[in-house]
Design a protein around this ligand. Structure first.
Ligand code: CTP
Length: 401
């Protein structure tokens, strides 16, 4: 459809970046990036009409995002159009506009394009040897100033390297070390570092990325507290295992993996140390408060779980203990309890009990003529507890007519 529309408008349009890379790697990628030689925003609006999506446009950058009803995103950028400025030069400049767009990108493997307009549908545009680097499993920067221009690319390089089981090119690796010597990480704002760190922690194997970053001393140069000691490393390994297990269950809701890993990265630190990390990563106050509170709740839960085990507590006690914790907190508890028999109970809780509700509602109680008040909560909790513990509910005296 994008191709047909481009033909109707007389534009050239290309799929670019990670989308093309992932086609060549036979990997699924639902995020499509398009570059349009023409008016990108107008193109996006027309395409959204055809596809039934919404458009968010950034006039300043001449870019737009189409959001389709199923949540899929199509990013549309406008190639810098010299040929608008010099129409006579059109034939020769035509490809150089995509070339310009591609040359500004981070790595050769991300600097590939596929033409989509029918004139040359499916033509692979590869000016920088991206295809060869994909074959050779190499992450290579486009030019030697790449990391100095944008130090987040250091984190991206390692993320792609580990995700695809590639290797950094020799020169690229030297440039990372060089950027380290120039202290480039210090120059990065907290929110940009966190943006990249979150992407790393949302990868399926973040630990390998973190270890690789550590081997370049990059974690420490972000903040001295960002360190993988043996204990943290083991917790992160277990987190990977727990999240892998949870993923296979296809349970709702999906957790935020980065948050579970981040808790692991903070393990062994006190509140003020976590504050320092949060400060470096420019957490908004709300996020920092949430994490500090979550850490407190988790450590309380850990203690209470200990006595629950000792006292052979009921399922319902476990339920009421864990239910207020965000899912990520429970997963983290599982990762922490790696040799602990409590892990089995936590997994049972997640697979069978979390989110359970009593079989009656407040409305039922109302219909029974019970005056509304705090008693409702107690009754509903007792009904739920009875259900969880597999007992017939003790009929609360207040329900007697
Ligand atoms: N890009 C870049 N420099 C950056 C960030 C992004 O050059 N610091 C370019 C890359 O060419 C990348 C494209 O912008 O392919 C889109 O960025 P993003 O969506 O982050 O990259 P993907 O390659 O699609 O990564 P992922 O598979 O993780 O979504």
């Amino acid at each position: 459809q994008a191709g047909d529309l481009a033909r109707d408008l007389g534009y050239h349009v290309y799929a670019v970046g990670g989308f093309v890379r992932d086609i060549l790697l036979h990997r699924r990628n639902l995020d499509v990036d398009l570059v349009v030689e023409g008016d990108g925003i107008y193109f996006a609006r027309r395409l959204a009409l055809d596809l039934g999506g919404r458009v968010r446009a950034h006039k300043k950058f001449k870019t737009a995002v189409i959001i389709l009803p199923d949540g899929q995103r199509i990013d549309v950028a406008t190639a810098r159009l010299e040929y608008y400025e010099h129409p006579a030069a059109l034939p020769t400049v035509e490809l150089s506009t995509v070339k310009m767009d591609l040359s500004r990108r981070d790595f050769t493997v991300n600097a590939l394009a596929v033409q989509l307009d029918p004139e040359q549908f499916g033509r692979l545009v590869d000016f920088f040897g991206g295809q060869k680097d994909i074959k050779e499993k190499t992450i290579r920067v486009m030019h030697s100033l790449s990391f100095v221009e944008d130090p987040t690319r250091i984190l991206r390089a390692v993320r792609f390297e580990q995700r695809f089981h590639f290797q950094l090119g020799g020169q690229t690796e030297r440039l990372i070390k060089n950027a380290q010597r120039l202290n480039m990480m210090h120059k990065l704002s907290g929110s940009r570092v966190f943006g990249e760190l979150r992407l790393i922690l949302n990868e399926s194997k973040p630990l390998a990325c973190l270890q690789r970053l550590e081997s370049f001393n990059i974690l420490e140069s972000i903040h001295p507290l960002l360190k993988l000691d043996g204990n943290r490393q083991r917790i992160l390994e277990e987190t990977e295992r727990v999240l892998g297990w949870y993923r296979l269950l296809y349970l709702d809701p999906e957790p935020r993996p980065w948050l579970v890993y981040f808790l692991g990265l903070c393990s062994g630190y006190n509140q003020s140390q976590v504050h320092l990390l949060a400060h470096r990563l420019a957490f908004p106050q709300k996020r920092e408060n949430f994490i500090q509170q979550l850490r407190q709740d988790i450590s309380q839960c850990r203690e209470q779980l200990g006595s629950w085990m000792q006292n052979h507590g009921q399922v319902s006690d476990l339920f009421f203990l864990l239910e207020p914790l965000p899912l990520e907190g429970v997963l983290y508890l599982m990762a922490r309890g790696y040799k602990d028999p409590v892990r089995r109970h936590l997994s049972l809780y997640l697979t069978q009990y979390r989110g359970q509700e009593p079989d009656i509602t407040g409305k039922d109680l109302q219909q029974m003529g019970l005056p509304s008040g705090p008693l409702y909560r107690t009754i509903l909790q007792r009904v739920l507890a009875a259900k969880l513990d597999g007992k017939a509910p003790d009929r609360p005296a207040q329900l007697e007519m």
